[in-house]
Design a protein around this ligand. Structure first.
Ligand code: FE2
Ligand code: FE2
Length: 153
């Protein structure tokens, strides 16, 4: 079957944006981690606010723009997309939970929850990038990833 070039090009642009946002969110996570390790409470709060806002914007972009388009173009991906969407809902809940712990000043409890969340998000991101690479077929695959470094090490 002949490839639909405009769709392929759009997918490549969306995939690039998603990959760049994953990198940016990881960098923001590292900022929060550094502030937690140093016990800088004001910085923890400020950096977590940035992390939370970036992740929320990213999830909204995926849900409202990408996944809807992908569902229409590739109905066979429905189950995978639903599974990723369920994880988004869990991440939103977990973010609220981490925020509560940070606000209450219990950084130790926040770290445990935040590390768990970051590890789940890293796995989720890899699956999204692999999915988009599969859709793009012959185009270059996802960037190589290193294991995420959590606060606890
Ligand atoms: Fe996602
Ligand atoms: Fe993502």
């Amino acid at each position: 079957m002949k490839r639909d070039l405009p769709n392929l090009a759009e997918n490549a642009i969306e995939a690039r944006r998603i990959s760049l946002e994953h990198e940016r969110i990881e960098a923001l996570y590292a900022e929060v981690s550094r502030a937690i390790v140093r016990g800088e409470r004001a910085r923890v709060q400020a950096s977590f606010d940035r992390y939370h806002a970036a992740l929320e914007a990213h999830i909204s972009f995926e849900e409202d723009v990408c996944f809807d388009t992908l569902r229409q173009l590739h109905p066979g991906l429905g189950m995978e997309l639903t599974s990723l969407s369920r994880e988004h809902a869990r991440f939103r809940e977990d973010l609220g939970d981490v925020r509560k712990r940070i606000n209450s000043g219990d950084l130790e409890a926040a770290v445990a929850r935040f590390d768990q969340l970051a590890t789940s998000i890293a796995d989720h991101d890899r699956r999204e990038e692999a999915l988009l690479a599969r859709i793009r077929g012959g185009l270059p695959g996802p960037r190589p990833r290193t294991a995420i470094r959590t606060v606890a090490g």
